[in-house]
Design a binder for this molecule. Structure first.
Ligand code: OAD
Length: 242
C-alpha cells in the first residue's frame, strides 16, 4: 500500500492534497467527529459554530474559540505536517486544508489554501478589518476591535460561504492536478467532501489516507487506513526524501 502510494506520487506532475482534523490529531488537537474525543462529541456545533450562536451569546462563542486558538498555538506540527512540507519541496503540490489550526503553515508548507479560515485571524464585526491578536487570552469576550466593536474568529461557520479566493484557488488545483490525496478527513462536510469527485472528473488518480473508512473510501484508487503521521513519513522515506 505504502509502496503503491509512493509510486503514484512519484508519477504525478501535480499533487493536490486535502487535509482534515485527522492530520493534526497526532499534534494533540482534538478532531471533530471521533467518537469519544471529538469536539462535536462534547459540544453542540449549532451552539458554537454558527452566526446565530455568535449573535445569541458572543461571550460564550468567542471564549471557546479563544481557548481553541491558545491550545493550537501550544501544539506543534507532527510528522504528517512535516512530510507534506518535504513533498511540497520536491514536486508541485497544492495543499488545501479544512483545518483552522495553522499547523501546516507553521511546519513550513507554502501557499496553504485555508478553505475554513483559521483561529488566529479575528475580524471586526463593524468594519470587517482583520487582525492577528497576540497569542494571549483576550481581556474581554468578545474581544473589541480598534473601532470598539466585537470581533469574531476568522473561521467559516456552518451556513456561511467559504472564502471565495480560497475556493477559486482550490478549484484551480483540483482541475489541474493528476493526483488527489484526501488525508485525515471524514469526508462528510461539503464542498470539501466533493473535491475527490471534482479531481477524478478531471482525470486525477485518487488516494485516501485516513484512520477510519469514510464515504469516499470505496471510490478512491488507493485507500490506506492508518495514521497520517506514520504513512506520510514512510512515503517520503520510500521516495528518498526523508
Ligand atoms: P472529522 O473529525 O470529521 O474527521 C477526522 C477524520 O480523521 C476521521 O475520519 C478520523 O478517522 C481521522 N483520523 C483521526 N486521527 C487520524 C490520524 N492520526 N491519521 C489519519 N486520520 C485520522 O474532521 P474533518 O473531516 O476535518 O468544519 O471535519 C471537517 C469539518 O467539519 C471541519 O473543518 C469543521 C467540522 O465541523 C467547520 O467547522 C466548518
Amino acid at each position: 500500500m505504502i509502496h503503491q502510494a509512493a509510486d503514484m506520487i512519484q508519477a504525478a506532475e501535480h499533487v493536490a492534497v486535502l487535509t482534515g482534523a485527522g492530520v493534526s490529531a497526532e499534534s494533540g488537537i482534538p478532531t471533530f467527529r471521533d467518537a469519544l474525543t471529538g469536539l462535536w462529541a462534547r459540544y453542540d456545533p449549532a451552539q458554537l459554530a454558527t452566526p446565530e450562536a455568535f449573535s445569541r451569546d458572543p461571550a460564550l462563542v468567542t471564549r471557546w474559540y479563544d481557548e481553541r486558538r491558545l491550545r493550537c498555538a501550544a501544539c506543534d506540527p507532527n510528522p504528517a505536517h512535516h512530510a507534506l512540507v518535504t513533498l511540497q519541496q520536491s514536486r508541485r503540490l497544492t495543499l488545501i486544508t479544512q483545518n483552522v489550526d495553522r499547523l501546516h503553515t507553521r511546519a513550513g508548507s507554502l501557499d496553504v489554501i485555508e478553505i475554513h479560515g483559521n483561529l488566529f485571524t479575528w475580524r471586526c464585526t463593524r468594519t470587517g478589518t482583520e487582525v492577528e491578536p497576540p497569542i494571549e487570552p483576550f481581556q474581554t469576550h468578545p474581544p473589541l476591535s480598534e473601532a470598539g466593536a466585537p470581533m469574531r474568529p476568522g473561521v467559516v461557520w456552518f451556513g456561511e460561504m467559504l472564502p471565495a479566493r480560497a475556493m477559486k484557488a482550490a478549484h484551480a488545483a483540483l482541475e489541474s492536478c493528476d493526483l488527489f490525496m484526501s488525508v485525515g478527513t471524514s469526508a462528510l462536510v461539503h464542498p470539501a467532501a466533493g473535491f475527490v469527485d471534482l479531481a477524478r472528473h478531471h482525470g486525477a488518480a485518487t488516494i485516501e489516507i485516513n484512520a477510519d473508512p469514510t464515504p469516499i473510501t470505496s471510490d478512491v484508487d488507493l485507500a490506506i487506513q492508518a495514521p497520517a503521521g506514520e504513512v506520510l513519513p514512510a512515503v517520503t522515506e520510500l521516495l528518498g526524501l526523508a
